[in-house]
Design a protein around this ligand. Structure first.
Ligand code: CMC
Length: 430
C-alpha cells in the first residue's frame, strides 16, 4: 500500500524522519505520522480535521463533489433500487446479497426481532417523560447483560450474531421508547412485514385495531434508514471504534455511539431543525433568522445547514428532499405552514452570500426532520430513528476493526497546557 515517502525535518541538526505515504482505492493520500512519535513529538489536530484514524473498506465520501458510496455503491442508486436490509447486508458483509443470500439474511434478522421479556421491566424504571435517547442509551447497553454466551469478540460467529441481534432489535426498542412515552402497550414485531413496515407497525399500531402498511410511507421510512446507515468515521462511529478498541462488548460500544449521536451538532440536528422552525414560526421572520445566522456575535446557527465533510450539496439531502416532497403529498401536508416555512428558509439560505461563500448547503437532517414530522413521528424520536438506522454502520465498523489483524487500543495524546509540577500544600495552609 505504501507508494512513496515524505521527509520531515523537526531539528536541522538531526536526520529527517521518513514518513510513508499510503494511497487508498479512492480519495486523498495519507501520511503515516507514526514515526514522528519515535522523535518524541506528537501531531496536534483537535477536531480531527486532518487525521485519518483508521483504514476502512466500508464507506467513501468525497465531500467536495458530494459523493457517498457504501461498499462502492452510490447512495442515490441504493436509495432508489435497494431496500434497507440489502444495504445492511452490503455494509456488514461487503456486497449486496443475491436473492438466496437476501432471503437467508432477512430470515436471520427476523429470527431476532423480539427482545427478552425482562427488557419490558427495564422500561418501567424510566420516567414516562424521559428523552427516548436517554432510554436507548440505557436499554441498548443493557442488551449486553442478556447474551453472556455469545460475547467472545475473538469469535467471528459471536461478532456476527451480536451484529444481527442489534440490527434486528433496534426497531423494536425504538418503537418501545415511543409507546412507553405515550403509555400505550408495546407491540411484538410481525415478521411478515418488511423491516420498515414492522417499525411503523410497532410505533403506530395498537393491539385493538388492524394495521395496514402504507407503501409510500413505508418506502420513505426505508429510505431514511438507508440514507442514515453509514457515514464513515463521523463522531459516533469513531466513538464506537474507540470504545471497541478496548475490547468492550458490542452492545456497550453501540450504546456509546448512541450517546455521541445525541448531540445537536450530530444526530440531534434533525430534532433541532424542527425546534428551529417552531421558533422562527412564520415565513415573514426567515430573513431575520438568516441575518442572525450570519452574525459572528450571535451563537445562533441554521440547523440542518453545513457539514464537516460536504462542501457541496449533501447527496443524501438530494434524495431526502425528493422523499420529503412525496411524503408531504401522500399525507396532504404540502401546504402546511411549517413545510412552506422550511422551503422559504432553504431558498433564502441557498441564495445568501454568506451561505454560498462558506459552502453551507442543507444537509440530510434538514429534510429528514420535516419528513419524519409529516410521518407523524414526534421530534424527540428523530434521533432515535437515526440511531436505529446507523446501528448497522456502527457495528460494521466495529466488526471491521475487531477482525483486522493486530488492532490496538485507541489512545490519543495531548498538548498539555496546565500547571507545571508544583508541591502539595496542606489544607490548612491553602
Ligand atoms: N449556520 C450558520 N453558520 C454556520 C453554520 C450554520 N448551520 N454551519 C457552519 N457555519 C459557519 C461557522 O460559523 C464558521 O464560520 P467562520 O468560518 O466565520 O468561523 C464556518 O461556517 C465553518 O463552520 P465550522 O463550525 O467550523 O464547521 P464544522 O465542520 O466544525 O461544523 C457542523 C460542521 C455540521 C457542526 C456545522 O455546520 C453546524 O453546526 N451545522 C448545524 C448543525 C447541523 O445541521 N448538524 C448536522 C450535520 S449532518 C448530520 C450528520 O452527519 O451528523
Amino acid at each position: 500500500m505504501t507508494t512513496k515517502t515524505v521527509q520531515l525535518t523537526l531539528d536541522p541538526n538531526q536526520e529527517a524522519i521518513e514518513l510513508p505515504v499510503y494511497s487508498g482505492t479512492l480519495g486523498q493520500d495519507v501520511i503515516d505520522i507514526g514515526p514522528v512519535a519515535k522523535a518524541n513529538t506528537f501531531t496536534f489536530d483537535p477536531g480531527f480535521t486532518a487525521t485519518a484514524s483508521c483504514e476502512s473498506k466500508i464507506t467513501y465520501i468525497d465531500g467536495a463533489n458530494g459523493v457517498l458510496l457504501y461498499r462502492g455503491y452510490p447512495i442515490e442508486q441504493l436509495a432508489e433500487k435497494a431496500d434497507y436490509l440489502e444495504v445492511c447486508h452490503a455494509l456488514l458483509y461487503g456486497d449486496l446479497p443475491n436473492a438466496t443470500e437476501k432471503q437467508a439474511f432477512v430470515d436471520k434478522i427476523n429470527n431476532h426481532t423480539m427482545v427478552h421479556e425482562q427488557i419490558h421491566n427495564l422500561f418501567n424504571g424510566f420516567r414516562r417523560d424521559a428523552h427516548p435517547m436517554a432510554i436507548m442509551v440505557g436499554v441498548v447497553g443493557a442488551l449486553s447483560s442478556f447474551y453472556h454466551d455469545s460475547l467472545d469478540i475473538s469469535r467471528p460467529e459471536d461478532r456476527d450474531i451480536a451484529a444481527c441481534r442489534l440490527v434486528a432489535k433496534m426497531p423494536t426498542l425504538a418503537a418501545m421508547c415511543y409507546k412507553y412515552s405515550i403509555g400505550l402497550p408495546f407491540l411484538y414485531p410481525q415478521n411478515d412485514l418488511s423491516y420498515a413496515e414492522n417499525f411503523l407497525y410497532m410505533t403506530f399500531g395498537v393491539p385493538s385495531e388492524k394495521w395496514e402498511p402504507n407503501p409510500i410511507l413505508a418506502r420513505a421510512m426505508d429510505r431514511i434508514f438507508t440514507l442514515h446507515a453509514d457515514h464513515e468515521q463521523n463522531a459516533s462511529t469513531s466513538t464506537v471504534r474507540l470504545a471497541g478498541s478496548t475490547g468492550a462488548n458490542p452492545f456497550a460500544c453501540i450504546s456509546a455511539g448512541i450517546a455521541a449521536l445525541w448531540g445537536p451538532a450530530h444526530g440531534g440536528a434533525n430534532e433541532a431543525v424542527l425546534k428551529m422552525l417552531d421558533e422562527i414560526g412564520d415565513v415573514s421572520r426567515v430573513g431575520e433568522y438568516v441575518k442572525r445566522a450570519r452574525d459572528k456575535d450571535d451563537p445562533f446557527r441554521l440547523m440542518g445547514f453545513g457539514h464537516r465533510v460536504y462542501k457541496n450539496y449533501d447527496p443524501r439531502a438530494k434524495v431526502m428532499r425528493e422523499t420529503c416532497h412525496e411524503v408531504l403529498e401522500a399525507v396532504g401536508a404540502s401546504d402546511s405552514p411549517k413545510f412552506k416555512l422550511a422551503m422559504a428558509l432553504e431558498k433564502i439560505a441557498l441564495e445568501d452570500e454568506y451561505f454560498i461563500e462558506k459552502k453551507l448547503y442543507p444537509n440530510v437532517d434538514f429534510y429528514s426532520g420535516i419528513t419524519l414530522s409529516a410521518l407523524g413521528i414526534p421530534t424527540t424520536m428523530f434521533t432515535v430513528i437515526f440511531a436505529l438506522a446507523r446501528t448497522v454502520g456502527w457495528i460494521s465498523h466495529w466488526k471491521e476493526m475487531v477482525s483486522s489483524p493486530g488492532f490496538r487500543i485507541g489512545r490519543p495524546r495531548q498538548l498539555y497546557t496546565g500547571p507545571t509540577q508544583r508541591d502539595f500544600v496542606e489544607l490548612a495552609d491553602r
